[in-house]
Design a protein around this ligand. Sequence first.
Ligand code: 5GP
Ligand code: MN
Length: 338
Amino acid sequence: MNANKTKEIKALLSTPKKIVIVTHWSPDGDAMGSSLGLYNYLIKKKHKVTVVTPNDYPSFLFWMPGNKKVINFSLNARPAKLAVAKADLIFCLDFNSLKRIAALGDEVAKSKALTCMIDHHLQPEDFADFKLHSIEACSTCELIYDFIEMMGDKKLINKDISNCLYTGIMTDTGSFRFPSTTSKTHRIVAELINAGAENAEIHNRIYDDTAEDKLRLLGFCLVEKLTVLKEYGTAFFSLRSDELKHFNYKKGDTEGVVNYALSIKGIRFAAFFVERDGEIKTSFRSKGDFNVNLFSRKHFSGGGHANAAGGMSELTLDETVIKFVSLLPEYKKQLNKK
Ligand code: 5GP
Ligand code: MN
């Protein structure tokens, strides 16, 4: 964001406003951490703030301060539409194309409010009046920290804000292990801990909140559903909806499973295909310079980051897997690069 725009939004936020915060479909730790981190900051500044998610999100994120006030658009469209229509300013967090918020995108497009996109995904679309975008940022939470600093309000960062921002940084960096983790990330995290972030406790709330069924589903995936194609340095899982049902699937139960495929020695491309809510959701992860954002954009109507992306398929699950496997020879050279 250039100096003029920064001044402009700072001036805008200097008096109480009606603000809506929206984040992407199937919100994750960074989506909710950035939304509620910004929420807790803006309410300290006396704004009237409403957080709206397009759909539901995992229960291991429900502990976050402000969570009770979040409106789920797919369950509760009316108050969400009203808040969007009346807003002076709408923050769009952790996504960069209105397609990523489905029907909620039509409401945002219709609204007369100014919009501010804060995001770290590749290839942003040009829909917002204000943009704080960096693909170097490990997470949108890191950018929310930058934003608060740009507003000259670092001293306002309290325990609630810190807990939210720490969560998104921790989850999007795979607990500080992905290459997106920089010394700046660690400096911000140090500041957040100083401001009250309960780092060890947050880790427990997110990662040690596992239902027995979720753990057994992971075991089932590892034993029964993993395909390794050494020739292509690729490994993937695919899961049918009846298999999810067997393990009493709840939102978030398959998060992270794809990373087990990527952890296999010699594997640099991992995929996960799941039949859910009548469609096939895809997740891609890679190591090194194999760009899964481009792969997902080209073949699975998706996008994301260079090493972590998602998308969907309108084929059946079996057909999706066949399509995926048939694409691999095209990428053989890149996938076998040492
Ligand atoms: P996941 O595989 O965990 O769902 O998503 C990995 C990354 O890709 C996340 O940063 C997520 O926001 C992004 N992503 C997931 N699904 C989609 C999609 O359908 N479209 C786009 N553009 N990004 C996605
Ligand atoms: Mn993110």
